[in-house]
Design a protein around this ligand. Structure first.
Ligand SMILES: N[C@@H](CCC(=O)N[C@@H](CS)C(=O)NCC(=O)O)C(=O)O
Length: 224
């Protein structure tokens, strides 16, 4: 394994916390450039060269750069898991089930539901993308409906989505559950004790602390 030279761009959102948390779980050292969304910092020429999508988060690993929070977390899991600290199942079919969870969470829970709520809420991005209370309500209902798959999965008493092994699918799911709670969308019954278990993890605590934006007036660290 090559020596890591890791830099993570982005703080302050449900998406940016994912790689901060994965890095903490894997015990990796990294630099943070604490840029935030809708600050103009994702639109600079320098950042656009690194990430033409102009979004956070973005991870640099030496000369390699990758965006999309779920892809970053998958890259970290694949590249830096060790037998002692692994965020990804090894066995092929378990790996496929892990992928199934990751895609389900990112497409059904995040993009189709919570992000739609964010995009069309009057007090979020509605002024930019169009305020649409009915769309927001329907997206919340859809989220609740999709969560039944999580409820069923956790019904057999398993500790994490993949059973006894904590994986990066749990990172993605937790960020969506917390996002839903913040939006006043109820979560399924089994998700409550699940979240309590997850929140005791040192990686969760460290990852969330690293995702806190700088205080007003505090200088944002940028590359030299
Ligand atoms: N699907 C992307 C979404 C990333 C995204 O939309 N990031 C927002 C903040 S949550 C952003 O950087 N927007 C650009 C900006 O506001 O400057 C991911 O999961 O990484």
């Amino acid at each position: 394994m090559h020596a890591p030279n890791l830099t993570l761009w982005g703080v302050g959102t449900s998406r940016t916390v994912r790689p901060h948390w994965a890095l903490a779980e894997l015990g990796l050292k990294y630099e943070t450039y604490a840029i935030g969304p809708r600050t103009g910092e994702t639109k600079t020429a320098e950042y656009t060269r690194l990430n033409p999508r102009q979004k956070v988060p973005l991870l640099q690993d030496g000369d390699f750069a990758i965006g999309e929070s779920a892809a970053i977390v998958a890259y970290l899991s694949r590249t830096y898991s060790t037998p002692d600290k692994s965020l990804i199942p090894e066995e092929k079919q378990q790996y496929a089930k892990w992928l199934e969870w990751c895609f389900f969470i990112v497409t059904e829970l995040d993009s189709t539901s919570l992000y739609v709520m964010r995009r069309h809420s009057a007090d979020a991005l509605g002024p930019i993308y169009g305020v649409a209370p009915e769309v927001v309500a329907k997206a919340g209902e859809y989220f609740r409906e999709q969560l039944r798959h999580v409820e069923v999965a956790l019904d057999d008493g398993r500790t994490f989505l993949m059973g006894d092994q904590f994986t990066s699918a749990d990172i993605l799911l937790t960020t969506c559950l917390e996002w839903a709670i913040a939006y006043g969308v109820g979560i399924c019954d089994n998700a409550h004790p699940y979240l309590e278990r997850i929140k005791t993890r040192p990686g969760y605590v460290r990852g969330n602390a690293a995702n806190v934006p700088p205080a007003p007036g505090e200088p944002v660290r940028r590359p030299a």
